[in-house]
Ligand binder design. Structure first.
Ligand SMILES: Cc1ncc(C[n+]2csc(CCOP(=O)(O)OP(=O)(O)O)c2C)c(N)n1
Ligand SMILES: [Mg+2]
Length: 546
């Protein structure tokens, strides 16, 4: 085997069957090897940023992904997407084709360089957004591939592998044993388990806040086993929405600090103990930091560490402690008597305009079991975040990184990873303008998503957050969105623009039955905002006034 074949063979073992990217001359050896491998697919994208977002979406479904770019121009375009995967804990392998080692050593003035003879700059630019990186040679490939796989899976973060073009096709020199990921410390595990069991035994009420890191580590069934064994209720924060099935009888609803669902918030914050399992306390995950859980009551379990109140138990693996707790926490009542709040019944009929109260409940009703819903940053995801998901349906949003334009390619990546599931993409008009061309990839691969573009004539969430909503920077170029699919190669799709509730109802009915891709442009007033978006608006206005 040569260098690149060796790397691909190892990536296949960990579940990567598709590589997203854009080719380039320095990357030809990598591109060719992917295309010649009968068990791998080259998934061409419209640009490298989209390819990185698509890989991010794929990793959300499959657990791992890969993106391949050329040197400099390609890799820098992908960088913002890779940074998002870092922030959101997704192991994406970034494979970069680089100039020959001999050219680098000569500091030659090559295309795609800055013309200053520096060849390590782009590698260095990537380093802060990956957990490990290497320039791959025949001598180091066996060892470095194992190291990078181990790092990516341990930290659930991206890694960077550069392949100088003259190295990629050379035979592998030497061999390395796969590196086993370190297990935890059994004494620390036992102490943490005892501490949690005894804290829960003394608690009158308790609940679980499942977090996104549970999904990233693929530990949903282990957490479910704990919930089923103990009867502990769970509420979910925005970033972790649908990490566990929202139809589960122990689900009590979305917890968003003081902003939404006050009954859920009062219960969570009133509990004697709150188990935050893989939960990240970020701004948009805590109702803009209005979540107020007494740190003394908090039990926090993250990938490799547990904290009970102020005591930290290092080197405890999340999977180990969930299994230990499922065996030891007895089943009992935990004080929760809450039905998950819902968005209610949709308003409006016939020629009524599509208001927020008309739109979000309709979208919620449209969802089906096992759907994959990809919701873009903006007012639409803020509304859909409070729709109760049907059994097995999952909600994906880039809550921490929040780079608009992510959702369209990420939905493509997710659809490619799960071709048998229905993928529903909901994006704002402003966000869609960043990456709309990637809808062509769905048609190219015969994937049939259902795409909703919320056309509210601009950046509504920015209108609500800034001082002057009507200020010019929140306007966007008006597009005929419903004309895009045809121009972009999605020729047989069901495509429609709807301005009224009646038209929306008809479109939803057709979409539910469609055997083709679906693209619905939903036109609303430029201030028709979901409830959470309005709440954020109110808190910003208070801030500006004070
Ligand atoms: C890459 C990037 N650029 C800028 C922003 C700032 N930003 C956040 S939301 C938003 C507007 C979103 O508008 P749209 O997609 O139309 O959704 P709406 O809020 O109107 O529903 C902007 C510009 C961002 N999050 N990401
Ligand atoms: Mg908009």
């Amino acid at each position: 085997m040569n260098v690149i074949e060796h790397v691909l063979s190892r990536l296949k073992v960990i579940g990567i069957a598709d590589v997203f990217g854009v080719p380039g001359d320095f990357a030809f050896p990598v591109n060719d090897a992917i295309c010649s491998d009968p068990d791998m697919r080259w998934i061409g994208c419209c640009n490298e940023l989209n390819a990185a977002y698509a890989a991010d979406g794929y990793a959300r479904i499959k657990g791992v992904a890969a993106v391949c770019t050329t040197y400099g121009v390609g890799e820098l375009s992908a960088l913002a997407g890779i940074a998002g995967s870092y922030a959101e804990h997704l192991p994406v392998f970034h494979l970069v084709g680089a100039p020959n080692m001999s050219v680098q050593a000569a500091r030659a003035l090559m295309h795609h360089t800055l013309g200053n003879g520096e060849y390590d700059l782009f590698h260095r630019m990537s380093q802060p957004v990956v957990c490990a990186s290497a320039i791959i040679t025949p001598q180091n490939v066996a060892y470095e591939t194992e190291r990078l796989i181990a790092e990516a899976l341990y930290h659930r973060r991206p890694v960077y592998m550069a392949f100088p073009a003259d190295m990629a096709n050379q035979p592998v020199l030497g061999c390395a044993q796969p590196i086993s990921t370190p297990g935890g410390d059994p004494n620390s595990l036992a102490a943490a388990t005892d501490a949690i069991v005894s804290a829960l035994a003394k608690a009158g009420s308790a609940c679980i806040l499942p977090g996104i890191l549970v999904a990233r580590a693929g530990l949903q069934s282990e957490l479910l086993a704990l919930i089923n064994a103990s009867g502990l209720p769970f509420a979910t924060m925005f970033m972790a929405k649908s990490v566990l099935d929202e139809q589960h009888p122990s689900f009590i609803g979305m917890y968003d600090g003081k902003l939404m669902n006050h009954g859920v918030g009062a219960f969570v914050e009133g509990c004697d103990r709150v188990l935050a399992i893989g939960t990240l306390f970020t701004d948009f995950n805590t109702g803009a930091f209005t979540a107020n859980i007494n740190p003394d009551k908090l039990i926090s379990i993250v990938h490799h560490r547990v904290r009970v109140g102020s005591k930290v138990y290092p080197n405890v693996e999340m999977g180990d402690i969930l299994a230990a707790l499922a065996e030891r926490v007895p089943r009992r009542g935990w004080g929760a008597d809450i039905d998950p709040p819902s968005l209610g019944a949709p308003t409006g009929t016939g020629t009524d305009p599509i208001t927020a109260d008309a739109l979000y409940p309709r979208w919620a009703n449209f969802l089906r079991p096992d759907d994959i819903l990809v919701a873009e940053t903006g007012t639409a995801s803020m509304g859909l975040g409070f729709a109760r998901m049907p059994a097995g349906a999952s909600f994906h949003n880039q809550t921490l990184w929040g780079s608009i334009g992510w959702a369209t390619p990420a939905a493509f990546g997710a659809a490619l990873a799960a071709p048998d599931r229905r993928v529903v993409l909901v994006t704002g008009d402003g966000a869609h303008q960043f990456t709309a061309q990637e809808i062509s990839q769905f048609a190219r691969r015969d994937l049939r998503p259902i795409i909703f573009v919320l056309n509210n004539s601009g950046y509504l969430i920015e209108r609500l957050l800034c001082k002057n909503p009507a200020i010019v920077y929140n306007d966007i170029a008006p597009w005929s969105f419903a004309d895009l699919p045809n121009a972009l190669g999605c020729r047989d799709w069901f495509t429609v623009r709807v301005d009224t509730c009646g038209e929306l109802d008809q479109a939803l009915d057709k979409a539910a039955l469609a055997k083709t891709g679906v693209y619905i442009e939903v036109v609303t007033d430029c201030y028709a905002a979901s409830r959470l978006a309005l709440k954020l608006h109110d808190s910003m206005q208070t801030l500006y006034r004070s």
